[in-house]
Design a protein. Structure first.
Length: 116
């Protein structure tokens, strides 16, 4: 069974940091490009960041550049998103996804709330 399980979300004050994790199972993780997307309350999905299969290439939405770092550990089938200097408008449910050709998998999300 394919699974993507996000963790690491929670309540953080503005300016704080969180490290999200995405644990994968049921497929060959190292063969898949990985992404983080988020959905703010009442809004659509926004792409946040992406990383290629070997971790050699990473991409960020303008809103996250300079404040976040995406990484992956293929030996542990896990992807990460380190987020710093969090702002209230970063409040959202964060989802990880895996992509390879016609195959796309999504996790259930982890909620991040940035509030004082």
């Amino acid at each position: 069974e394919v699974q993507l399980v996000e963790s690491g979300g929670g309540l953080v004050q503005p300016g704080g940091s969180l490290r999200l994790s995405c644990a994968a199972s049921g497929f060959t993780f190292s063969n898949y490009d990985m992404r983080w997307v988020r959905q703010a309350p009442g809004k659509g999905l926004d792409w946040v960041s992406a990383i290629k299969t070997d971790g050699g290439s990473t991409y960020y939405a303008d809103s996250m550049k300079g404040r976040s770092t995406i990484s992956r550990d293929n030996a542990k089938n896990t992807m990460f998103l380190q987020m710093n200097d969090l702002r209230p408008d970063d409040t959202a449910v964060y989802y990880c996804s895996a992509h390879s050709g016609p195959y796309n998998y999504w996790g259930q999300g982890t909620r991040v709330t940035v509030s004082s």
